[in-house]
Design a protein. Structure first.
Ligand SMILES: NC(=O)c1ccc[n+]([C@@H]2O[C@H](COP(=O)([O-])OP(=O)(O)OC[C@H]3O[C@@H](n4cnc5c(N)ncnc54)[C@H](OP(=O)(O)O)[C@@H]3O)[C@@H](O)[C@H]2O)c1
Length: 286
């Protein structure tokens, strides 16, 4: 049985990974309380003591707008700490599975076709740049790594993700203005976690895109959510400019899951199925 550490084990992806991995592996979950990845010496001590075969890192500083004002914190968490994890994994001869983002893309203009793993990254904001720096450091320094890029995550353990916030506001009858000019492949963390377990067991290494299939804008995503949830919401499409977020976000950041199919793994379910499964999980109180 492999010994697999999950860093960020109480997060939305981390908690789904702990559940999925527990079936065949010995799980060693580490919450933020157990391990602070920016404490380089502390991380080395904890991980060395656990003797893992693989370390899955889901921890990040991913508040996209806050990153614009806290650039050094973004790079410390999303790049320097990741390099440290990579070096520790080298010394332990462990595989490091690291989660990255579609926001490493978007800066190349009028894109309308999904980004493949071979496309050159082009981030538009500090968050994307810091996550790209983390990826590049692993490529240069970490012998055994798997970088999983994903997009628009929501899971049952999260209460600040787009889906949870939309449901909360709609239930209160609030008018909702949602951007309709950013297109992506939003992804349910339970689906992602299940696929990551398969990837871990496969020979796939390097960079792999894993997102729910299909494309939508945030507005279209919200509209489908309310249809599936049977909620009547006062929903209006707006532009990113009207919304006026601090960080610029890609108008298009859809990821083609080519490496996944090269590894012989089934495609992920459609994003609409992700929403349906999330709502079913919520109803069953999972
Ligand atoms: N959320 C998205 O839409 C999205 C999209 C694409 C890619 N990603 C990437 O996917 C990964 C997982 O995202 P998620 O949505 O599951 O995040 P999440 O729910 O916020 O979970 C992250 C977990 O890591 C912990 N953590 C944060 N900073 C840490 C640190 N410095 N040291 C140790 N633990 C720390 C958090 O604890 P606290 O809550 O106590 O801080 C939390 O439990 C991240 O790498 C993110 O960049 C996310």
């Amino acid at each position: 049985m492999r010994r697999v550490v999950v860093i960020g084990s109480k997060g939305q992806l981390g908690s789904d990974l702990v559940r999925e991995l527990g079936v065949r592996d010995r799980i060693l979950p580490l919450s933020h309380q157990d391990l602070e990845i920016c404490d380089h010496a502390g991380a080395r001590e904890v991980l060395t003591g656990l003797r893992p075969d693989a370390v899955v890192n889901t921890a990040a500083y991913h508040r996209v707008d806050d990153c614009e004002n806290h650039e050094s914190r973004a790079f410390e968490t999303n790049a320097a700490a990741i390099l440290n994890l990579g070096r520790i994994c080298n010394d332990l001869d462990a595989l490091l599975v690291h989660v990255s983002t579609d926001y490493v893309f978007g800066g190349d203009g009028d894109r309308t076709s999904p980004y493949t793993e071979e496309d050159p990254p082009c981030p538009l904001n500090v968050y994307g740049a810091s996550k790209l720096a983390g990826e590049n450091l692993l490529r240069e320094e970490c012998r055994r790594h798997l970088i999983v890029r994903t997009s628009g995550l929501y899971g049952l353990a999260g209460d600040r993700n787009f889906v949870a916030v939309m449901l909360r506001l709609a239930e209160k009858g609030r008018p909702l203005r949602v951007v309709d000019d950013q297109r992506l492949g939003p992804t349910y963390t339970a689906h992602l976690a299940r696929k990551m377990v398969r990837l871990l067991a496969s020979t796939a290494r390097g960079t792999v895109h894993v997102t729910n299939q299909g494309v939508c804008s945030w507005y279209e995503f919200a509209r489908r959510l309310f249809e599936l949830a049977g909620l009547t919401a006062d929903l209006t499409p707006i532009t990113s400019q009207e919304f006026g977020a601090k960080a610029t976000r890609p108008a298009y950041s859809v990821l083609a899951n080519e490496a996944l199919s090269r590894a012989g793994l089934e495609p992920m379910p459609h994003w609409s199925q992700g929403l349906a499964d999330y709502l079913a999980g919520k109803r069953s109180g999972r």
